[in-house]
Design a protein around this ligand. Sequence first.
Ligand code: HAM
Length: 422
Amino acid sequence: MSNETLQAVRGMNDILPDEAGLWLWFEDVVREWLESYGYRNIRMPLLEPTALFKRAIGEVTDIVEKEMYSFEDSLNGDHLTLRPEGTASCVRAALQHNLLYNAPQRLYYGGAMFRHERPQKGRYRQFHQFGVEALGFVGPDIDAEMILMCARLWKKLSIRDVTLQLNTLGDAASRQRHREKLIAYFGRHSGDLDADAARRLHSNPLRILDSKNPAMQTLIEGAPRLMDELDDEALKHFAAVQEILRRHEVAFEINTRLVRGLDYYNRTVFEWVTTRLGAQGTLCAGGRFDGLIEQIGGKPAPACGFAMGIERLLALLQEGGMNCPPQELDVYLVHQGELADAMASGVAEQLRDAGLRVLLHCGGGSFKSQMKKADASNAACAVIIGDDEARAGQATLKPLRGGEQVCVALGELPGRINELIK
Ligand code: HAM
């Protein structure tokens, strides 16, 4: 058997304790923010039937064509996929459990997503999102609320260098008209299409507009615009979203080339983008998906949502100098001697009963070496018990950030420590 050290899967990161503090803090901020808008948490499985993502995201998208971790369950032959995003699962869960038709739902989820992309800074194969979905809301007010929510979060996090790009994709009929015009236009220029575009010409010509290939950009610039095909209802909806944003002084840019990489969107789509993270600058993205619920098998119901990439947001915060304070500890409990060792865990439990955070030294060693560990532990104080103290029902309380050590009866220890750390 080989004994070489095994490594994590490429593009999948360990989040080590020094960094995990920042994640915990961020997750608390986000949860509080979401709850302040009435969103409720939902948790879906990481694995779903492959058909769900094919149907929801679209067969002719990068995600479904190239990026899904799909496999056959060797025990029963089911076709399964590690979720590449949460919207499809969230809608599936809402339908499966009948959440949808009694009242609209404001839902959020967080967790790992999986896409087999080429890893680089800000782009991983396992990454984490917070996703927000409002199911059953038809008006532009919810689209705008979602954008305002994001603006509030950026403010809360003191994130400034982020811009809002906004577009509308219209509704099914206008998209069909646009699609036909795109096929005709790109068909006339078929000699200038790259392989991806040529393949998508008839299956999903809208995706061609999303191409990053520099050689295709002039052709794309001249392509028919969806804006010119939009019907009055969609235009009115889009104008109303913009009006609410203006009223709240949220700046935005209309980007008619914003088409998003997933097929379920219609009408409003948006992305929050920063220039401070290099190529992977989209922090948060979403839009309306009024057709998805029906596409997954439910009765038609409108919906809107977005998701943010946690790695990217944290990278931006760190780039701005944010550091998370190390995890706090109140007491490092040092003990040596037969009697003291026997008592130590009981004393530690008694302190925890009083609400204190206690690290009980384990593994023996001299007082000196234990004290060294206590000094390095980031605890506010050390509680020291030797056999003499143990016999007298006492402990030595030593502040680790300045101050004299004192001898304290065990019963008074919690109170004295609380005074010390206040
Ligand atoms: P998405 O644009 O595919 O949308 O992803 C949303 C965000 O997830 C991106 O803006 C980015 O911050 C982050 N992200 C995506 N891929 C990666 C990656 N490989 N590595 C690191 N971060 C990544 C969705 O997923 C939709 N479900 C959003 C939505 C919700 N639309 C409606 N509701």
